[in-house]
Design a protein around this ligand. Structure first.
Ligand SMILES: *Cc1c(COP(=O)(O)O)cnc(C)c1O
Length: 469
């Protein structure tokens, strides 16, 4: 499979190349040059397959030329044999119309494990083949950092330095990063905000002192391999509710537009999807873009759903490219103007293409809390606030007739409630317990280095530790 950049001027790469590259050299994001398609009969044949077999079948066309069938099968069996639930992503019924797809049974209790565990194996395989080492540098406001660290801890040929803003991630999130004992894992608590940490990381990718000495790798959701692995659970859940004969709708708590874009990919591959609901919190740039074409960034308002508190959704560029006629030169110009002014309008083609499948619904904090209370009262389910944003949107979509009563709506449950115990307790009056398998998190020793908020401090740490390794 060949991959092209959304901005049209980076070299085309194969799957191994895009996995190791992350961002394209022209500033764009990589996408397959064409979408593989499954026929109705082929989709019907996927019914009843265990998760790891389905995963290999769905991902096979994307990795062609970079992994043999045997390598891919073995990798999927290893990755998805190790989750906290035998079904990997179990589907739970709430009522006649509503369902939850639980994506939080991985090691760090958020959906990011589903893809990052796979990415860890891919890095190890490709780096060994090239006899290369890679230094992953990332910034996290919580969930990505722990999932990435758990995915690459103790893997060969790769090291990871994760920056988090000191005192600004939750205790559970910090401990999930800092209690991992592995010689290739470094946690940095910086004296600054998440935006400072993110800016340092971006600087390192452009700093010749760093790029001359190290091969840097990225684990954020601009990495195509992550999106690919997330396509699988759309197939898995739709098949259980009657695909391909019956359509289903999804509501996806959205930040960077990665998870919901994977649903779009599933639809392009032939999975019948009625609608994708982009559920946002009050940081609603996507709501405005999908409702009236206004894509303009404001300031970020902190909420009880921190993983969705973003200004700009990187993966939205992939949708604009695909819906806007795949014109890399035009998109490069449009995105260049957006980066300068922080505002743009969708073209007619982009707006119409997106509205064929996407609708956005926004939830404020009260509505989110009410969705948590509804789930607890009506179904005895304790859900996390991010999932609550999604469930609010699902209920609105069902009640207003946006989605017809006979179409099931699946809300993606993106995190375990015990990751955000304070907000959950306020909404439902019950403090959720951590699952048994991570139960001693608060008994384990933490390891992290505190540094100042200066760029040089972070850069010197990375260079020094790479030299020692
Ligand atoms: C990352 C995250 C999201 C947002 O997902 P995107 O792919 O960035 O849209 C939603 N909920 C939780 C719990 C997350 O960790």
């Amino acid at each position: 499979m060949e991959y092209i950049s959304t901005r049209g001027s980076a070299p085309t790469l194969d799957f191994e190349g895009v996995t190791l590259a992350g961002l394209a050299t022209d500033g764009g994001l990589y996408l397959p040059s064409e979408w593989p398609r499954f026929s109705e009969a082929e989709i019907r044949d996927l019914r009843g397959k265990p998760y790891h077999e389905l995963a290999a079948t769905v991902m096979r066309p994307f990795v062609k030329g970079s992994l043999t069938d045997d390598e891919l099968d073995a990798m999927c069996a290893a990755v998805y044999g190790d989750f906290g639930h035998a079904a990997v992503t179990p589907l739970v019924q709430l009522n006649e119309q509503h369902w939850l797809l639980e994506l939080f049974h991985g090691p760090t209790l958020a959906f990011k494990d589903v893809a990052l565990q796979m990415l860890g194996h891919l890095f190890e395989t490709f780096l060994a083949r090239r006899e290369q080492r890679m230094m992953i540098v990332g910034a996290t406001s919580g969930d990505t950092g722990s999932a990435a660290i758990n995915a690459v801890a103790n893997r060969d040929n790769v090291e990871i330095v994760m920056l988090h803003p000191k005192g600004r991630v939750s205790d559970v999130q910090r401990r999930q990063m800092t209690t991992v004992r592995a010689a290739n894992v470094y946690n940095l608590a910086i004296d600054g905000s998440f935006d400072d940490a993110q800016a340092h990381v971006k600087c390192m990718f452009r700093d010749p002192n760093v790029t001359g000495a190290l091969k840097l790798g990225a684990v954020n959701s601009i990495n195509w391999a992550r999106l690919m692995a997330q396509v699988v659970y759309y197939f898995y859940s739709a098949l259980q509710l009657g695909a391909p004969e019956r359509k289903v709708a999804y509501s996806v708590p959205t930040g960077n537009f990665g998870d919901v874009f994977a649903g779009y990919v599933a639809a392009r591959m032939g999975l019948p999807i009625e609608r994708l609901i982009v559920a946002t919190n009050v940081n609603d740039i996507l709501y405005r873009a999908l409702s009236d074409g206004d894509y303009s960034a404001g300031g970020v308002t902190p909420t009880i759903t921190p993983s969705m508190d973003i200004q700009v959704s990187s993966n939205f560029e992939r949708l604009l490219f695909d819906c806007g006629g795949r014109d890399g030169a035009a998109l490069a110009e449009q995105m260049g103007a957006f980066e300068a002014s922080k505002a743009m309008r969708l073209t007619n083609a982009q707006a119409q293409g997106a509205s064929a499948l996407f609708t956005s619904i926004r939830a404020d904090q009260d509505e989110t809390a009410q969705a948590l209370a509804w789930a607890y009262r009506e179904t005895s389910q304790i859900i996390d606030p991010h999932t609550g944003v999604g469930l609010h949107a699902s209920i609105v979509a069902g009640d207003t007739g946006l989605i017809a009563k006979d179409v099931p709506i699946i809300t993606l449950a993106t995190a375990h409630p015990a990751k955000f115990p304070d907000a959950v307790e306020r909404a439902v009056g019950v403090r959720p317990a951590l699952p048994q398998r991570v139960g001693d998190l608060f008994g384990r020793e933490e390891h992290f280095t505190e540094i100042s908020g200066d760029y040089e401090a972070a850069r010197n740490f990375v260079l020094q530790n790479a030299a020692d390794a």
